[in-house]
Design a protein around this ligand. Structure first.
Ligand SMILES: Cc1cc2nc3c(=O)[nH]c(=O)nc-3n(C[C@H](O)[C@H](O)[C@H](O)COP(=O)(O)O)c2cc1C
Length: 171
């Protein structure tokens, strides 16, 4: 979720195209449609929140990704549905309570890619809750609590041997 405040008031949108770019300096990027209320808000305020939904927040992702803050107060609607928000610590933006992670960003750069703009944000505050994150895959919401079995020691040994045999100094 990307949260913002600006011309369209407090707002929230779903954004799967969100990436951590670097630890030092802590930086992330989000690719946002130029026509969204979120883009107009951030262009004005130069700050935004990023909340990684927990597996209990799929309805929030669905509402935030379906409606636009240009004509719906999604923060108020989500509040009535039962979700809660808190005021960000370092920026003037609502943040999602009980999310898996919450990050506060100051806009540092913008790069235009066709209909989307990559907004690059310096991370100035972050927290994790330990809740399971929500996953979005093949147009549906999933939990991520099933850990894949580790391959057998024999298979892992085989893989190590193959990789070692491809060391560049062995060529
Ligand atoms: C799961 C999901 C992921 C989405 N990811 C993105 C995204 O990465 N970038 C984007 O521009 N829109 C994305 N969208 C669409 C926006 O959330 C949608 O256009 C939203 O209405 C914009 O809200 P706003 O106008 O209030 O800012 C996504 C929608 C869903 C449901």
């Amino acid at each position: 979720m990307i949260t913002s405040d600006g011309v369209y008031g407090p707002n929230i949108m779903s954004a799967e195209w969100t990436y951590l770019l670097a630890y030092k300096p802590a930086t992330l990027a989000v690719s946002i449609g130029k026509d969204t209320a979120t883009f107009s808000n951030i262009r004005e305020s130069k700050e935004f929140g990023v909340s990684l939904c927990s597996s209990e927040q799929s309805v929030m992702a669905s509402v935030s990704g379906t409606y636009t803050g240009k004509n719906v107060d999604k923060i108020a609607a989500l509040g009535e549905i039962g979700f809660t928000f808190y005021q960000a610590k370092k920026i003037r933006v609502p943040m999602v309570s009980f999310a898996a992670a919450n990050i506060e960003c100051e806009l540092s750069q913008q790069i235009i890619f066709g209909e989307n703009t990559l907004l690059i944000g310096g991370i100035i505050e972050s927290s994790v809750s330990g809740k399971d994150p929500l996953a979005y895959h093949r147009g549906a919401y999933w939990t991520m609590n099933h850990r894949l079995e580790r391959s057998s020691e024999e298979d892992r040994k085989k893989v190590r041997e193959i990789v070692e045999s491809h060391r560049k100094e062995n060529r």
